[in-house]
Design a protein around this ligand. Structure first.
Ligand SMILES: *Cc1c(COP(=O)(O)O)cnc(C)c1O
Length: 387
């Protein structure tokens, strides 16, 4: 039989009907922590579940294929995945990171730097002069997050990974916002891809998990060994649920981004809205680049209210279909306020540099009917205007 190559087929069926015990079409969950040795001095394929587990391996194999990598390591959260991907950094080494990265990532890098584990330079990676100055400092690793959170700035992956390779630096891309359904950073020159599988890959807001996918098998093996050493590998139950989510990744994301595009256009025309950040809008500064390096514009967008933080208070108090909550990528639509929620851990100065203001709201679009979401936003925004 020929190996399926289309990522849709891989997502839906990788590892299906492979059970040799009972012919189960859907592979069972292997919850056992330990495995029987067939004989003295003869371990089987598995010995202990921190190191290796069939359920977790099936998810890892699927993610590696979807990203076009040699090996994936499935860990217990997106933060664990980021920390693992950056684990080659030594004291004195420089990491170049986005100035507007995910709030938890900003905290991780800042605290690691404060403890002397490595140095970090937060840089606007859409600014060529800032990038050039950062590379002049000879970084060991470059972290890219595109589109960025929450302002949806689009970074040229091929350009930055090219600069990294020329400088002898490892390049790491956080692909959480788009998932491999819409962007494949390894094909654009990245060495490692990081995911919070918590988001679109699982897609049902019931697992916190992460993964690192390596382009190179040796690098992947080293990361897997370190994940086992520090004990951050993901649980089999979480892996089972995440793989179940991955089965429908493409259809979910396709529907979600279609609705997101419609909502972005609606918001752009509303008088209570000062600005809309969605790469699918022709007015977005990263529109052409997104069109070139992504295969869709995604289901995340943010917008700025004319009335600032007071208007935010009114809107989040009025929405009924959207839920006021952090996180993203689930089947339910969420609305969040970066300043007081996702990016509250960032110090105010860093927030200001990243462009996160009191009037900024972020939407994660789910699978509700588009008309219900539109009507919900319309009634909330119209009320602000009237008030
Ligand atoms: C959520 C998120 C993370 C962190 O993932 P957790 O699973 O919450 O630890 C990292 N990067 C991005 C872009 C995220 O959205």
């Amino acid at each position: 039989m020929t190996e399926p190559r289309d990522p849709r087929t891989i997502a839906a069926t990788n590892g299906v009907a492979a059970d040799t015990s009972y012919g189960a079409v859907i592979a069972p969950i292997h919850l056992s922590t330990t495995y029987k040795f067939p004989a003295f001095e003869k371990p089987g394929p598995y010995d202990y579940s921190r190191l290796g587990n069939p359920t977790r391996d099936q998810l890892a194999d699927t993610l590696a294929k979807l990203e076009g990598g040699a090996r994936a390591v499935v860990v217990s959260s997106g933060m664990a995945a980021l920390d693992l991907a950056l684990s080659s950094l030594r004291p004195g080494d420089l990491l170049v990171a986005p100035h507007d990265c995910y709030g938890g990532t900003h905290r991780l890098l800042s605290l690691r730097a404060a403890r002397g584990h490595y140095a970090v330079a937060f840089v606007d990676q859409t600014d060529p002069a800032a990038l050039e100055a950062a590379f002049a400092r000879k970084p060991k690793v470059v972290l890219i997050e595109t589109p960025s959170n929450p302002l949806m700035r689009v970074v040229d992956i091929r350009r930055v990974t090219g600069l990294a390779r020329a400088a002898g630096a490892l390049s790491v891309v956080d692909n959480t916002f788009l998932s491999p359904a819409l962007q494949r950073p390894l094909s654009l020159g990245a060495d490692l891809v990081v995911h919070a599988t918590t988001k679109f890959l699982n897609g049902h807001s019931d697992v916190v998990g992460g993964a690192v996918v390596a382009a190179d098998a040796t690098v992947g093996d080293e990361l897997a060994a370190w994940a086992n050493t520090i004990g951050v590998t993901g649980s089999p139950f979480d892996a089972y649920l995440t793989l179940r989510g991955v089965r429908t990744l493409f259809v979910r994301v396709e529907q979600q981004q279609r609705t997101a595009g419609r909502l972005a256009a609606f918001l752009a025309g509303h008088p209570a809205v000062a600005a809309v950040y969605y790469p699918g809008l022709a007015s977005h500064p990263g529109h052409a680049l997104a069109q070139a390096q992504q295969s869709g514009f995604g289901a995340m967008l943010s917008f700025e209210l004319v009335g600032g933080r007071e208007a935010v208070r009114q809107v989040v108090g009025r929405v009924q279909v959207f839920t006021l909550a952090e996180s993203l990528g689930g089947v339910e639509s969420l609305i969040s306020h970066a300043e007081t929620m996702t990016h509250a851990a960032m110090d105010p100065e860093a927030r200001a540099i990243a462009g996160i203001t009191g009037g900024l709201l972020r939407l994660s679009i789910g699978l509700e009917a588009e008309d219900d979401l539109l009507a919900d936003l319309a009634q909330a925004l119209d009320a602000v205007q009237a008030g």
